[in-house]
Design a binder for this molecule. Sequence first.
Ligand code: FA5
Length: 348
Amino acid sequence: MNEPVGLGALDSVLSRARTAAEEVTTAAELQRVETELLGKHGELTLVQRSLGSLDPEQRRHTGRRLNEVRRQVEEVLAERRLLLRAAERAQRLADERLDLTEVVGLRRRGRVHVVERTRQELEDVFVAMGFAVVEGPEVETDWHNFEALNIPPAHPARSMWDTLFLDLGPPESVVLRTHTSPVQIRLMQRQAPPVYAVMPGRCYRRDTPDARHIPTFHQIEGLVVDHGISFAELAGTIETFTTAYFGQDIHSRLRPSYFPFTEPSAEFEITCTICKGAGCRTCSNTGWIELGGCGMVDPAVFQAVGIDPEVWTGFAFGFGIDRCAQMRHELPDMRVLLENDVRILEQL
Ligand code: FA5
């Protein structure tokens, strides 16, 4: 009788599986061993292929042993895999461990970010002046962000706001709001005059970051609609706000400007708090910092929301919250507000 083909090979596969399982130190090495022994071109498969050349008796005998060896090899490798996985997980946990005693040792506490605090302080000033606080969505329709504000498609003033469009609906129909002025529209659509409200929130523009600009910033919008409102009330509101928020030594001035949704329009500037008006890099040596825009609500805007401009008049303003935080805390560069450097944040 012939020596049964493959029996010796089968025993050697089993003993090599045991040795290899002890020697491998990573799951990847173990995988290689598994492929060599059990894979499509592995040794056990070769033995299996040779079964056809054996006589029936030998084939049965060798086949049975082959199945036994395969099961034992699989068991040995599976046991080793469990151990390796546990070891690798323990190593990963050790690597990712945070030493919390270090943080506790520094006694560093979380606090409200300076921009958020500025928003709350600005709201407080306006609430004390009799304004309500209203919010609107950051994702806006083109109609609310532009058209209802008297900025039709292809109007040259659209380039004043470097718009970020969302890939939703027809092309360029949905935007990340470029200013808080669309909240004026939403408010007037749902509330009949009189209106006295401020609307704070986040805005987005494709602005290149510099000392006074960041691409994600915050504005606070103001809207007053009532009988007989004049430019004098607008100027008085801005002056009252400036001294209440920045102190008596900071002055404001209005300069003629252009916005499609207000007529007449003005730019609202305050004394640069960094150089106290002497001129510096932050204020481009003018001594003044632009905080925002303002003006009397254009009749076209009232018409867009169904308010009769013959009966009602109003003013609106919108200025930068980050710009206010920058001026209040005398930060030469606004970009520090986004860098989250705790050494700076904890001083503000
Ligand atoms: C506007 O956005 C108008 N909607 C303001 C307005 C409202 C006018 C109501 C009339 C009536 P402007 O683009 O100038 O205007 O922005 C107003 C203020 O937002 C700026 O003066 C500045 O303080 C702030 N601001 C604008 N862009 C940025 C930016 N990229 N980073 C930080 N602050 C910014």
